[in-house]
Design a protein around this ligand. Structure first.
Ligand code: AMP
Ligand code: ZN
Ligand code: FE
Ligand code: FE
Length: 297
């Protein structure tokens, strides 16, 4: 069983359509795929149809942009009820915050004499519900200002760089609650990201576990081998599920190929049990993962 629980499509800032992603997952030898676009469920329907056609198990998720202790934190919400209004409204606020700062980013780029227009960004955002910095980056690539997305972030768009603009971020504690109320199960994405252990401490994570956090994404390309080992120990101490995933963005992120990190089947089973319990407890209308039909004999 090969299980990859964190991927993106064009519905946010990946470069593949949901059905292209599903076919790429099969080609990569995956049995279970988590689709977790940033702050949107727009890719779910197309991916579910494609997954049923090819016999791939699809776990519908969202990677929610939040803030905790003054820093950005990404929360993976698996199998929440997408019709639960308080969660849906919070996602709308996040999406609005992301797209509404684009004009301010363009103003800053203009101050640097970079002639990028709103139309350039619009053309780079076709099909996305989550227009933001990645699409500004893609427009800068098309204009020949930078060679690739990563260079745009490093030179202009990251915090501290000249075209960075802050945006609305939901409270992690609040979103943990909303995901639970929606019958979903929350896992912290790349907890130490590129900051290493200076991010969240075991004590911080223990507190979040008490607020409903169910798992940690331990195996992620942003974590060094040492960080992975330390996070695995913390997850063990706190009884949290351990996941591993690619955070694949198609051609939008290098070194994040499908299946480059995977989740152990036992950990996946624990996660799905917690999701079933959460859905039952809330009377959630969310469906279980789409399970492929048994092969006909
Ligand atoms: P925004 O939603 O506008 O804040 O953009 C954040 C998203 O941009 C992140 O969730 C990443 O998927 C993507 N991103 C951040 N840094 C980079 C980078 N260096 N290269 C490519 N994509 C990035
Ligand atoms: Zn992304
Ligand atoms: Fe993330
Ligand atoms: Fe991601």
């Amino acid at each position: 069983m090969r299980i990859d629980l964190h991927t993106h499509t064009r519905a946010s800032d990946g470069t593949q359509s949901p059905s292209e992603l599903v076919h790429a997952a099969v080609a990569a030898g995956l049995d279970v795929l988590g689709l977790t676009d940033h702050d949107t469920t727009d890719g779910w329907a197309e991916a579910s149809t494609a997954a049923a056609e090819v016999g791939l198990t699809l776990v519908r998720g969202i990677e929610i942009s939040t803030r905790h202790l003054g820093r950005g934190a990404h929360l993976l919400a698996y199998l929440p009820d997408p019709t639960y209004a308080p969660l849906d409204e919070e996602l709308d606020r996040i999406l609005d915050g992301r797209s509404s700062r684009v004009p301010a980013i363009l103003d800053k780029l203009h101050e640097l004499d970079i002639p990028i227009t709103a139309g350039d960004v619009r053309r780079a955002s076709v099909g996305t519900a989550a227009t933001g910095r990645p699409h500004v980056a893609d427009a800068l690539v098309t204009l020949g200002v930078v060679g690739h997305r990563d260079e745009a972030f490093r030179r202009f768009l990251n915090p501290g760089m000249p075209a960075y603009v802050d945006r609305y971020a939901a409270s992690l504690v609040e979103v943990l609650r909303l995901v639970g109320e929606a019958g979903g199960v929350p896992v912290l994405a790349h907890p130490w990201g590129r900051n290493g252990p200076s991010g969240m401490t075991e004590e911080n994570l223990d507190e979040l576990a008490g607020l409903g956090l169910a798992g940690l994404e331990v195996d992620h390309q942003d974590h060094s081998p040492e960080d992975r080992a330390a996070l695995r120990d913390i997850a063990g101490n706190l009884g949290l599920v351990v996941t591993g995933s690619s955070d694949h963005h198609g051609a939008g992120k290098v070194d994040h190929e499908l299946g480059c990190n995977t989740t152990a089947p036992e950990e996946y089973d624990r996660l799905m049990e917690l999701a079933a319990t959460s859905a039952r407890a809330t009377g959630s209308a969310a469906e279980p993962p789409s399970v492929p039909p048994a092969p006909s004999s």
